[in-house]
Write a protein that binds this ligand. Structure first.
Ligand code: ARG
Length: 525
């Protein structure tokens, strides 16, 4: 009997006996026959598109139990009563796990191949399953609606059985949804993380390009958000490129570690069928098989690792976003963001708000929230599979989407921003940015740095009293503070000289920054 997920079999069969499983009865068929809820399934969710009559369910068995006739599921034989609506609402994962459909079908195709190859199924049966799965994939790609099942795995099996008849129910031989979902999620993450990595590199390339344009632009660096020392804007952009490179490394590490195939682990302990795990792993592009069945179905540290990497990545993005917000204020006016990433105010006609950057800043909290939630889910979970693990998906999906949106917005911000180089140069004056230079120059004459620091501190005090910056003090005024200050020491009070002096790996000297730009350009090509 093939399953009819959205139709009531009771109309056709009408007797208790008809609901007893026969040798050929497909487990999915039991979905239609198993007792179920009384309706209201999506009361709080999206409209299901399922006819009201079907949604309402139908009473077919005595003793007050109900049939759940609108939804395909893979179990039910041992139940007498229906599932409570509230449980259905939190148990059904199809509304979100349908996002795994392509990876689920892919995993099933590899599994079916293995079933045929090993003789667990007849070759013709395996072929029928594979053809059915491939045809289903074509329909999915064409926009076929995915609804009317407990989860994506049940949906695929139900559709397959609807097409092929009882043989569809053979797909699940030597497999459990536990090893299946652990496989789907790894396959899915491989693609999704690949896409995040592309976006990371796109932003990094844009930062490197802008660094090339801004190689002569000088602005203050800040510590404690107080002006500190002059720095090249190019050097500033490249700081974020370094962070993004580490973000990339973290994501690649996560990919490496999740690169093992759980299929064959079954529900918890493996399977009694003579499976070819290595072959399935190879078919699915995994480097290896998971070596412990309990771990294979119970672990989600690959999800935690992905979420951690995304949380760190979006936190890094948030810092850049915050600087763009700060730098585009009238008070700073270091940059002007493009119209594409700013919005106006409904009341204040003059406003140009950096919404894009602000939201990127805020979204980081959301991603680290998903990490925290998942850490909480995993903590204290006994081996092996627990339904708690189903909670891994929504946060993960949202974290991936949010990260990709944030990367895209920031890339647009950086690509389109105009640097106000005059403002930046002005900001290098009046803030005693060269105090370290004067102290260093005195130190080169043999004075202990601590003493030089004290001397320059006094010079800053004098300059402050006169309302000027250090380079504005005359040589005489400087000598009065400290006789060791001669013309060559005073010559250190020059912004470009300060920048050029930092001529070592990691320093802001233009030559060094140029080298870094070249190296990054090559690395990101
Ligand atoms: N929807 C489930 C999940 O995401 C699939 C696995 C269900 N396994 C089970 N034994 N009920 O984890």
């Amino acid at each position: 009997m093939s399953p009819a997920p959205r139709a009531c079999r009771s109309d056709l069969e009408g007797s208790h006996e008809a609901l007893e499983p026969t040798r050929d009865s497909v487990q999915l068929g039991r979905a239609a026959a198993r007792p179920g809820r009384t309706g209201g399934r999506r009361a709080r969710g999206e409209p299901s598109g399922i006819p009201e009559a079907a949604r309402a369910g139908r009473e077919i068995i005595g003793g007050g139990s109900k049939e759940r006739c609108d939804v395909a599921q893979t179990w039910g034989g041992r139940f007498r009563e229906g599932t409570d609506d509230a449980l259905v609402r939190i148990n059904d994962s199809l509304p979100f796990d349908r996002r795994l459909i392509r990876h689920d079908i892919r995993g099933s195709v590899a599994h079916a191949h293995m079933l045929g190859r090993t003789g667990i199924l007849e070759a013709s049966e395996a072929e029928a399953l594979i053809e059915g799965l491939e045809a289903l994939l074509v329909e999915v790609d064409a926009g076929r609606e995915i609804e009317g099942a407990e989860d994506v795995h049940s949906w695929v099996e139900a559709e397959l059985t609807r097409r092929l008849g009882p043989v569809g129910g053979k797909l699940h031989t030597a497999r459990s949804r536990n090893d299946q979902v652990a496989t789907d999620l790894r396959l899915f993450l491989r693609d999704e993380i690949g896409a995040v990595l592309e976006d990371v590199r796109f932003l990094a390339r844009t930062l490197v390009e802008r660094a090339g344009e801004h190689i002569d632009v000088i602005l203050p660096s800040y510590t404690h958000l107080q002006r500190a020392q002059p720095v090249l804007l190019a050097h500033h952009w490249l700081a974020y490129v370094e962070m993004l490179a580490r973000d990339e490394g973290r994501l690649r590490d996560a990919l490496d570690r999740m690169d093992e195939c759980p299929l064959g682990a079954g529900a918890a302990t493996g399977t009694g069928f003579p499976v070819d795990r290595e072959g399935t792993a190879r078919d699915l592009g995994f480097s290896r098989v998971a070596r412990n069945s309990l771990d294979a179905v119970a672990s989600r540290d690959f999800v935690l690792e992905t979420l951690s990497a995304l949380a760190i990545l979006t936190t890094n993005l948030s810092r850049l976003a915050d600087e763009l917000v700060l730098w585009s204020t009238t008070e700073f006016s270091f940059v002007r963001l493009s119209d594409a990433v700013t919005t106006g105010s409904s009341i204040m006609p003059q406003k140009r708000n950096p919404d894009g950057a602000e939201l990127v800043r805020a979204k980081a909290a959301r991603v680290s929230g998903h990490l925290t939630a998942m850490l909480g889910v995993m903590k204290g979970l006994p081996l092996a599979y627990d339904k708690d693990l189903q909670e891994d998906k929504e946060g993960l999906f949202d974290a991936l989407d949010t990260t990709r949106d944030s990367l895209a917005i920031l890339e647009r911000c950086i690509a389109g921003l105009e640097a106000d180089t005059v403002r930046m140069a002005q900001a290098c004056r009046g803030g005693f940015l060269l105090a370290t230079e004067l102290a260093d120059a005195l130190t080169r004459t043999g004075m202990p740095f601590r003493e030089a620091h004290e001397v320059v501190g006094r010079a800053v005090l004098v300059a402050e009293e006169r309302g000027v910056d250090l380079p504005d003090l005359s040589l005489d005024a400087l000598r009065e503070i400290c006789p060791e200050i001669d013309e060559s020491v005073a010559a250190s009070l020059d912004v470009r000289a300060a920048i050029a002096a930092r001529d070592h790996v990691g320093g802001t000297a233009p030559e060094r920054v140029r080298e870094e730009i070249e190296a990054w350009t090559a690395r990101l090509a």
